[in-house]
Design a protein. Structure first.
Length: 325
């Protein structure tokens, strides 16, 4: 049978083994963006060194939890991809939450926070876990009173918010923690280096995975520098009855919708899905193919896409574990 022109072009672009030739990969690379070193910074919360230092201390401070032993870093552990690597977060009094802990890495690039997008930004997100019964279970006013007891916190809040008469406030706590979290970015992944011109930064299998990622439509939702559209899509992963964004909006159309998670550092932020029941990246790729794309990927495709996803692990942020009072 005589080949049509598109088929001839596609065939000409391939080399044995089904791999796309290097000179034809540029159109695929153009679908992606390197991760910047810094995310967008809101006009009302500049990232001053004093504010970042205070936010760093508060991120590791367990006294703002009811038990006095849980901090933000308990669930967002720097040694575990700034997540916790358990299916669902464990909080106050051993309670197990309904959802998997998302990494805080590159979270400032997201269009909203939490799986259900109930907060628009990091400032809004910061106070939620402190007051949530299943997480830190702490009354905000009591948390602020505890901080006020320490001279170092009185000094650090005054340095970070010099124009405020009463700087130890819930708003300033949120602002300082958000400023610190905006430093937790992971640029210069192997894939970023590849996008910047280093052809040897990733393997041929990873390049094949990039092609499969685009050709199968994964890039429709996982796009932009953080590889997420920050939109909400319906998915019922195995074992989950979570109604997702519906619990925020009450809209029938939002049932089982969740914000598209970032794929940055996805190889080190397992387990996966909103309920954390998916243990491996290969399993996650196969499930997403079936649930979101209506496709049953061949094992070779799963392996190639997985190899590509491994190249998205960037340089971990530099920070200091603070000496707390």
């Amino acid at each position: 049978m005589k080949k049509t022109l598109p088929v001839m072009i596609a065939a000409a672009a391939m080399i044995p083994g089904g791999m796309v030739m290097a000179e034809d990969l540029q159109s695929y690379k153009d679908r992606f963006e390197p991760l910047p070193h810094l995310p967008p910074i809101p006009a009302d919360n500049s990232m001053t060194p004093a504010k970042i230092e205070l936010g760093n201390m508060l991120f590791f401070e367990p006294r703002i939890s009811s038990s006095g032993v849980i901090s933000c870093a308990t669930c967002h552990n720097p040694a575990l991809g700034w997540a916790d690597r358990i299916p669902r977060a464990t909080g106050h009094d051993g309670q197990v939450g309904e959802r998997n802990t998302p990494t805080v890495l590159n979270s400032a690039f997201l269009g909203s926070q939490f799986w259900d997008g109930r907060e628009p930004d990091l400032e809004g997100q910061a106070l939620g876990p402190i007051e949530a019964d299943v997480e830190m279970a702490m009354d905000l006013d009591v948390a602020l009173e505890r901080l006020t007891e320490f001279e170092i916190y009185r000094e650090k809040f005054a340095e970070a918010f010099p124009d405020d008469d009463d700087p130890i406030s819930g708003e300033n706590l949120a602002y300082s923690m958000a400023a610190f979290e905006r430093t937790l970015n992971t640029p210069n992944s192997p894939f970023d280096l590849y996008l910047s011109g280093d052809e040897n930064a990733i393997s041929q299998q990873a390049k094949d995975g990039m092609v499969a990622f685009v050709d199968n439509g994964c890039v429709a939702c996982h796009r932009g520098p953080a590889l997420t559209d920050s939109q909400f899509h319906a998915i019922q992963v195995p074992g989950s009855e979570d109604l997702g964004r519906y619990l925020v909006t009450g809209e029938e159309s939002d049932k089982y919708r969740f914000r598209t998670p970032t794929l940055r550092n996805v190889a080190v932020t397992y387990p996966y899905m909103n309920n954390g029941a998916t243990e491996t990246l290969e399993e996650a790729v196969a499930i997403m193919g079936e649930e979101m794309l209506g496709r049953e990927f061949e094992q070779e495709t799963v392996d190639d896409i997985t190899a590509f996803l491994h190249t998205l692990t960037g340089e971990m942020p530099e920070f200091e574990i603070p000496a707390l009072p």
